[in-house]
Design a protein around this ligand. Sequence first.
Ligand code: CAO
Length: 556
Amino acid sequence: MSEQIVIPDIGTEDAVDVIELSVSAGQEVTPDQTLMVLESDKASMEIPSPYHAVISEVLIKEGDQVTTGQAAFVVTFCESESEAASQNPSVSGSNDTPDMASVAQAVSPVNESRSSESDSMSNKTTQSIGVRVPDIDTREAVELIEVCVSVGDEIDKDDALVVLESDKASMEIPSPHAGTVLSIEVQQGQQLKQDDLILHLQGIGEQSASEAPAQMPNSASDKGESQVSLDADCPEVQIQHINTTGVIQNRPSLSVYAGPAVRLMARELGVDLAEVPGSGPNQRVLKDDIQQYVKRLVQRSASYVESSAIPSVPEVDFSEFGDIKVEAMSKLAKLTALNMQRSWLNVPHVTQFDLLDITDLETFRREQADESQKRDVKLTSLAFVFKALAIALKEHPKFNTSLSLDGESLIYKQYVHIGMAVDTDYGLVVPVIRDVDQKNIWELADDIARAAHDARERKLRPNDMKGGCFTVSSLGRIGGTGFTPIINTPEVGILGLSNMDVKPVWNAEEACFEPHKVLPVALSYDHRVINGGDAGRFLVFFKSLIADLRQLALIG
Ligand code: CAO
């Protein structure tokens, strides 16, 4: 059986341009697959297929101007679709322009009202919900490293849908709704930004009168307000309805004019379309624009490599000497490597070692076991280290600075946020504990435990890892007597903690050796900003705070 697909109600009587035909004659199309992209002087919109069918004829071409109701394609159904279509009164097979309701039905296979009160303004419906990337605290694209669901999966609210990985951490994106996964619109390795479509869910929701047929954005209320959150409990996850015409409504992140093929190309190359100047009509981005953009980037990075004077390491074929196994590094591991190398190459590091006497601290900490249980907070020596460090940073403000890029000035921070290196299964991450100087030991212990937990459970967001002034890297639990930590630039110092040990300390009064608990520390600092004298004084002061906790109470 043959049928026509007509242009749905596009909210204007004016003709609009066909800027891209996404299918051709002979091609099989599935429901929701983009057939074409239309563009008015205000927005572009994709027109999805209402059917699973084969395109037998294309009645329009790119550059044509089309209006609501105009026939665009002739399609041939497979048997089951044919029966469904014959029961659908809107599909008449005639060339007449259908009324608005029939157009809406004809192109709305994913928004099926189950209510018998079809004229009600607010009906319970089973509807297709587009789940988008929520606010992830960054405007930059992040990599999708794992898709956790498959088409057909029944999922609960808050089940992980995908895992994204930014420069600093990976994070799971939870489902805002329970439902069945209808389609997955992303794939592993893809770069995603806030608002990008992840998948479609068949969920239960309220269909309200505001879900009117798609309109071109010709009034203030049309500018992006079509994107609504269905779930007040999860306001950060943006959900987009496919409205009754099946047309995906315009939204801010699509404000760059570009067709699906161009968007696909940009995604594959990891190019942010917003950065690419468009040379088409209305600054529409063309494939050629992306190619030029990438060419410029490659040339720029090639000239950077040429100008760097670091001799490269010769490649070795290790398989000559025995069996090998090659494993790709995760994005996080590669970025950590890059950051380490950047810091190591740019910053003249000096590392100074010392031993902290934590005998009294450990006695006091253990005495707090009941209180710790009562408060349900794990109290480790790290909370005391953070507290003392915050006081030392305030007393020695040069350690709480960054050097300006031109090397002309020092930026003194009036806040004390301290980063904490956390070793996780998926790599090294550094969440930042905020306002350490303003928190007491219990609050710090709580923050430390929470940050370590969130890091290991991939719950950190990019903002949780920003804004650090200084970093602590504690390898104590793991072991070792000392190491030289690399500064987390643009910070100017990092404190490394090694394994606590018991050492004999001479008691002159009693003329005997006594066992003391000592914590080996290593302070690495940027020698452009801090000189050896500064570092010596800083460490002596810090050491005295740790050795005699009463000072924490007096000064902190
Ligand atoms: N020496 C000996 N034991 C230590 C210690 C030290 N320096 N520091 C902590 N411990 C003990 C704790 O007291 C605790 O013992 P109890 O359970 O008996 O009380 C135990 O080790 C576990 O501590 P923890 O690791 O759970 O908690 P923490 O607050 O000491 O450290 C964190 C938290 C996140 C810093 C740590 O778990 C971690 O990930 N460290 C690795 C950081 C890292 O990878 N650095 C390298 C970066 S550069 O490559």
